[in-house]
Ligand binder design. Structure first.
Ligand code: RIB
Ligand code: CA
Length: 315
């Protein structure tokens, strides 16, 4: 089993990914850290607690950053995830409470406790990971891997979903993302280049609803708002499976193809939040020099990722 820390901003697709992680026999969920993104930090933390309580998960929730490192908070995307961050299902207030330990400190502690064993799965802004590096820069050398849902290289027209060149998780905290991609831990970016190819259609969602116990019914109900949003934007083949694709990479990395090279994040100007990878390594590009080569997913077996999700939810 792979030990993971699940860093998240639930979020409808985050909730879908959390249940995927919980039900996957390949995953050992060490803890859940929250960050502002799809909703304010109070709400994303409340949603994480609600999900762990409702589905009787063993993992503890650690509240994280409510503010990006440098850029001001922008309005939350309630038109994608609903005012409650969960498609307006109005969740019951959970009885569980978040740990008194801060998310970044939890990350540091777990990396020290299990050297080379822990994968950080970051499916929101990268603020908590940047804070962990700030607290203890050496922990980069202790992580097994960092898998990031975020960013875009712009392949097949998938440049951005907040601006033409910026994806939401990176746009929300570009400075944190640039720090995380520049640290000496192996990062894999699972960005829009691949997640926009993994489209969940209605027939599969109905099979998950009917074949997947309470979790299946829940992901169906919670995804209605999200599916409507994407349908209204003109997507006819379903909705993109962003966050669960990052989890799928952890479970079955062979379903993806990657390219390697240092990654920078644009931190100001009209292209703020853009992720740019220097590929090849035969040219000394000044701002990429001295940065570690990281991996970016550029191809995916979308059908196999969707089948993995369905199989796991219906197990
Ligand atoms: O751009 C998609 C990402 O932004 C997903 O992680 C979604 O949950 C939001 O955080
Ligand atoms: Ca997310």
């Amino acid at each position: 089993m792979q030990k993971i820390i699940f860093d998240t901003d639930p979020g409808i697709d985050d909730a879908m990914a959390l249940l995927f992680a919980e039900l996957s026999p390949a995953i050992d969920l060490l803890g859940i850290t929250t960050v502002r993104g799809n909703a304010d930090i109070e709400i994303t933390t409340r949603n994480a607690l609600y999900l762990t309580e409702r589905f009787d998960m063993a993992a503890t929730v650690y509240r994280g950053a409510g503010q990006a490192l440098v850029v001001p908070n922008t309005p939350v995307p309630d038109f994608v995830h609903g005012e409650d961050g969960l498609g307006n299902i109005n969740p019951e207030p959970p009885k569980r409470e978040a740990s008194s330990l801060d998310a970044a400190q939890f990350i540091v502690d777990q990396l020290r406790r299990y050297p080379s064993e822990v994968t950080l799965v970051a499916i929101g802004r990268l603020t908590n990971l940047a804070h962990a590096l700030e607290l203890a820069p050496d922990v980069a050398g202790l992580a097994k891997a960092v898998v990031v849902m975020g960013g875009a290289l712009g392949r097949d027209g998938h440049g951005g979903n907040v601006t033409p060149c910026a994806e939401a998780n990176i746009y929300g905290d570009p400075h944190a993302a640039d720090i995380v991609f520049g640290a000496a831990w192996p990062v894999t970016m699972v960005g829009l280049d691949v997640t926009m190819q993994v489209m969940m259609d209605e027939a599969r969602m109905q099979r998950i609803r009917d074949g997947g116990e309470e979790e299946g019914r829940f992901v169906y109900d919670v995804s209605r708002f999200y599916a409507d949003f994407y349908r209204n934007t003109g997507m006819t083949t379903g909705f993109p499976v962003h966050d669960s694709s990052a989890l799928a990479f952890v479970v079955e990395p062979e379903l993806f193809t990657k390219q390697t090279g240092p990654v920078r994040v644009v931190c100001d100007g009209i292209a703020i939040g853009q992720t740019i990878q220097a590929v090849g390594g035969d040219r000394p590009f000044e701002h990429w020099q001295g940065r570690p080569a990281q991996s970016v997913c550029v191809g995916v077996d979308a059908e196999a990722v969707l089948a993995l999700y369905e199989r796991t939810l219906c197990s």
